[in-house]
Design a protein around this ligand. Structure first.
Ligand code: BTN
Length: 239
């Protein structure tokens, strides 16, 4: 038990998000914040119903439970806290670490980390997956994924990093009360690679021009301005 959050470390589970949600349902968490970490995940879940690929020792799999149900900013704040942690532990790549809306951490247009935020009536479950020591990926994602090992030629300890992320994220969530504050908005905007680029979301295509105060992506299409609050946004030429 850390001062601010419970820590639950598992050898293996299907999905740390699924595990955390089950604990919440059973009323089994004694602190407002909790870190659920697994050395291995057998059925990792990604955004929009996708699966999340992971291998023991190669991939960091964690979920942070936070007492903020249904706050849309939580997912963007999570990307900021992961970004902050990765810049602290990997100073050599910090200039190149960016965020792809809403919450992928990317470097040189490749994905390093994905975040799946799920809300229950009591809390947010923020699931974070980071490619740490991977040196290869499945055919499906190999062209768009990278890892800290491939970028730095170093090995990383997933449990250690998960605790640093949890500390930074708990601090940020407490400080902002789960809201997209002006300073979070400014920082997020400065890191978001979508801005100024052509993006495609369903049948909408246009230039991403900003992030609004609720965290939605603003897109200027040929004849209108649209706000996208969730879903898949492709950046032309990237992913
Ligand atoms: C995405 O980019 O689609 C989000 C991926 C989120 C993966 C993490 S790994 C830990 C947590 N448990 C899961 O089943 N998913 C998230």
């Amino acid at each position: 038990m850390n001062n601010d959050f419970n820590i639950i470390r598992l050898k293996e589970t299907e999905s740390t998000n699924t595990y955390a949600k089950a604990l919440l349902k059973q009323g089994e968490l004694s602190a407002p914040f909790a870190l659920v970490f697994a050395d291995n995940q057998t059925k990792g879940r990604g955004r929009l119903g996708r699966t999340w690929e992971s291998r023991e020792g190669d991939t960091l799999c964690m979920s942070l439970v936070a007492p903020f149900p249904f706050k849309p900013a939580v997912t963007l704040l999570s990307a900021l806290a992961v970004h902050q942690t990765l810049t602290e532990i990997c100073k050599e790549i910090k200039e190149d670490l960016k965020i792809k809306w809403p919450n992928d951490i990317v470097i040189k247009n490749k994905k390093l980390c994905g975040i799946l935020t799920e809300s229950t009536d009591k809390a947010a479950v923020i699931g974070i997956g980071i490619n740490l020591n991977s040196t290869s990926f499945s055919d499906e994602i190999t062209s768009k994924a990278t890892s800290l090992k491939l970028l730095t030629d170093k090995e990383f300890d997933a449990f250690d990093i998960s605790q640093k992320i949890a500390e930074n994220l708990v601090n940020l969530l407490k400080k902002s009360n789960g809201e997209f504050t002006d300073s979070a908005h400014k920082e997020y905007t400065s890191l978001c690679i979508n801005l100024g680029r052509e993006v495609i979301c369903g049948d909408k295509k246009g230039i991403a021009t900003g992030i609004d105060k609720c965290g939605s992506l603003i897109i200027k299409t040929e004849d209108t301005t649209e706000k996208i609050s969730s879903g898949e946004v492709f950046i032309s030429g990237i992913y």
